[in-house]
Design a protein around this ligand. Structure first.
Ligand code: FAD
Ligand code: SF4
Length: 488
């Protein structure tokens, strides 16, 4: 038999297995460093234990406190290049044989080659995405994009249907828990009782795939019941519909259970068979071969210090307890309460809730970007070190001053009102910025612009919003109101 391969979290699916002997290590240290969502701890433990059970005699499975107990320096092990700076350092320091990373559509080598042709110009998602389409031939007709356009984003910005509480799609197919899940739950209870771990949120029935077979079933269910509505309602939010038409595949993708290229090709085949609209299929394809790959490659390209070395908007506020403990009870802002409550229940929120509710709120209130980055990693079932910096430090918080996105993703209540049904049931009014029912997002938006104005006044993309702010006759009163706001 060849050298043993150590398989890490993020590498648990068949694409990381070439048939040789395998080493799996479940280390408690993964769960004891910082508070973690219970659903996430459950999913990780369930996934690795299911993998160990599947591999049977082919795998040696250790349950230990620290990885060092099993992996000594000079160990005769190979490893597929791991998905975090910390783990890469660990395997290199111990002299393991490192194979190129897997689990993404573009290899690190191809990305580096592409980035080197940009001559220091901004690395734009759209440029990257087109190159990948051309290279892979996915959704291409010769050298032209399928349907004649690269991007169907503007067909994909529908508000939710008026008056509907839900999109009206069938309930997603949920995994069936088994003895392994029951054992995981008992172990977590015990670790919690012993004070070993600090777990936040519910560990309700497991909602996300923990095996490759469950991931395949989740993909098939998405295609059958939600793909058609995925594109049009990608940005919409409804208080009574926590999944909307999203795929729910980020966790199994990031665990390595589902191969991104296979997932995309399966979805694209639906378009070619005339069973799914191009706007949905292109949208899904862009999220996976575009965005998901892009943030992965930026994680390496921007370097390890990127996460901590930027704070362009001078954001230093600690995360409030309601965020840290996912305690939505005292939150009055309907959009934020529903989003945090959904996180408490599932360890998940959909993209627009992450970007335009949670991220937007944190941006407006100047939460420390590193604390926020790590909170997202710990609280989302799909959170990983690689996925967060470009999404949070870059896109959502603009802490990098414009490396990843050209302007801060700030918006007032009007956007949330347009894209959701949250405002109808809210004590605040998205149109009001001053007074008792002033919407904290609307007023917060102006207070935010006022605070960061000295730092963004040279950004031409912010010229219009800043001009709007300067025209407000009640700006000082709005800023004072937000500075002392207690009800939110
Ligand atoms: P869908 O809406 O069905 O999208 C399909 C797939 O596209 C996702 O499964 C995901 O793999 C990929 N994708 C789409 N957008 C992104 C993106 N910006 N970055 C990476 N992948 C993307 N994604 C994570 O996988 N883990 C995270 O911890 C995470 N945190 C986020 C935090 C913030 C502040 C923001 C703005 C985005 C974050 N995302 C994260 C990206 C995106 O919101 C989630 O991938 C998505 O909501 C997961 O649900 P889904 O699988 O139903 O996605
Ligand atoms: Fe959110 Fe403001 Fe709408 Fe309330 S009024 S739901 S706080 S955007």
């Amino acid at each position: 038999a060849g050298r043993r391969r150590w398989i890490l979290t993020g590498q648990l699916g068949p694409a990381f297995d070439d048939g040789g002997p395998i080493l799996l290590i479940e280390s408690k240290s993964t769960f004891t460093k910082r508070p973690m969502h219970r659903a996430k701890a459950h999913l990780f433990l369930s996934a690795i234990r299911h993998r160990a059970a599947e591999l049977g005699d082919r795998a040696e499975f250790h349950q230990v406190d620290r990885y060092e107990e099993v992996v000594e320096a000079g160990a005769d092990l190979e490893v597929i290049d791991p998905p975090s700076w910390t783990a890469r350092r660990f395997v290199r320091e111990r002299g393991l044989r490192v194979l190129p990373s897997r689990g993404f559509v573009t290899s690190e080598r191809d990305f580096a080659a592409w980035a080197s042709t940009r001559d220091g110009k901004r690395l734009l998602l759209e440029d990257f995405y087109r190159t990948v389409r051309e290279r892979t031939g996915i959704l291409m007709r010769g050298d032209q994009p399928e349907g004649g356009r690269w991007n169907y984003d503007h067909d994909n910005r529908n508000p939710p249907p008026k008056g509907a509480a839900r999109l009206g799609l069938p309930e997603p197919l949920w995994p069936e828990e088994d003895d392994i899940d029951a054992e995981v739950r008992e172990d977590l209870d015990r670790w919690q009782r012993d004070g070993l771990v600090q777990l936040v949120g519910d560990d309700g029935p497991r909602r996300f795939a923990a095996t490759a077979a469950e991931a395949e079933a989740a993909l098939a269910d998405f295609i059958e019941t939600r793909l058609g509505d995925f594109g049009p309602f990608e940005d919409a939010m409804l208080g009574g519909d926590w999944t909307m038409a999203h795929s729910l595949l980020s966790a199994p993708l990031n665990l390595g259970l589902l191969d991104p290229r296979d997932a995309v090709e399966t979805v694209v085949a639906e378009y070619h068979a005339g069973r799914a609209p191009l706007s949905s299929v292109e949208g899904f394809t862009r999220q996976i071969i575009g965005w998901r790959d892009y943030v992965w490659h930026l994680y390496w390209h921007l370097g390890e210090p990127y996460r901590t070395s930027h704070n362009a908007l001078g954001a230093h506020e600690p995360l409030p307890r309601r965020f840290r403990e996912l305690d939505s009870a005292a939150i009055q802002s309907n959009c934020l309460r529903e989003t945090i409550d959904g996180m408490r229940r599932h360890g998940w929120a959909h993209h627009i809730q992450r970007l335009m509710v949670l991220g937007n709120w944190a941006l407006q209130h100047g939460y420390d970007p590193v604390a926020l980055n790590d909170w997202f990693i710990d609280m989302f079932v799909d959170g990983t070190p690689w996925v967060m910096p470009a999404n949070v430090i870059g896109m959502s918080q603009h802490a990098d001053g414009g490396i990843v996105a050209t302007k801060p993703y700030a918006s007032g209540g009007a956007y949330i009102d347009k894209m959701s049904d949250y405002c109808g049931g809210c004590v605040f009014n998205p149109k009001v910025r001053l007074g008792e029912d002033a919407c904290p997002f609307t007023a917060g938006y102006w207070a935010f612009l006022d605070r960061v104005e000295p730092r963004i006044r040279h950004n031409t993309r912010m010229a219009q919003p800043l001009a709007g702010m300067r025209r407000l006759s009640d700006l000082r009163a709005v800023v004072d109101q937000e500075r002392t706001r207690e009800q939110w």
